[in-house]
Design a protein around this ligand. Structure first.
Ligand code: COA
Length: 156
């Protein structure tokens, strides 16, 4: 597999992030199914980029090509919630699991996190498997945004 690294997202990644968030499979596997409008996305990204409690990474290959994104929203007690997606072209090659692992370790180190939680739709088999491969604990049934969900936790 290609060598992966991380860089911080910037406002120049706006179009890329918008394309990824509106990818049809990503919408289908999200808790909110509606496509994201450009203006809402731009406002959202601006806020995330200046939020000290958000870490937004772009996963890149050895040539610097963006492959996906991993985001951590840090709450009280140094616990974070993770959200991620891989470019549809690069899915199913182990990049998702490796990216989740790389980004989780980096976020735990730089932000001194104690735990990271992933909320996943029960039907999102690829995501469940990728988080388990990345070292997250077994899924536990819960509710997220009013919907049945599985929560997996990484303990730093
Ligand atoms: C979830 C996602 C990040 C996984 O990335 P990926 O690069 O496709 O995953 P990997 O190739 O690392 O595969 C991870 C595991 O899932 C399995 N897998 C991959 N696609 C699968 C599928 N469609 N159905 C079932 N299992 C699947 C792989 O076989 C692998 O398991 P293994 O190691 O036991 O063989 C990616 O599919 C994605 O971006 N999905 C849309 C957004 C999303 O669902 N995000 C997660 C919510 S936070």
């Amino acid at each position: 597999m290609t060598e992966l690294s991380l860089r911080a997202a910037t406002k120049d990644d706006s179009d890329l992030l918008l394309a990824w968030v509106n990818d049809s499979h990503t919408r289908q596997m999200s808790f909110s199914k509606k496509p994201v409008a450009r203006a809402d996305h731009e406002r959202w990204l601006e806020n995330k980029l200046r939020d000290p409690n958000c870490l937004l990474y772009i996963v890149i290959d050895a040539a610097g090509k963006p492959l996906g994104q991993v985001r951590f929203d840090i709450g009280p007690d140094r616990e974070a919630v993770i959200s991620a997606s891989i470019d549809p072209e690069f899915r199913g090659r182990g990049i998702g699991a490796a990216s989740l692992r790389l980004a989780t370790l980096e976020a735990c180190r730089t932000a001194e996190l104690t735990a990271v939680r992933a909320n996943v739709l029960p039907e999102n088999a690829a995501s469940l498997r990728a988080f388990e491969r990345a070292g997250y604990g077994p899924p536990r049934s819960t509710e997220h945004l009013g919907m049945p969900a599985l929560c997996l936790t990484f303990r730093a």
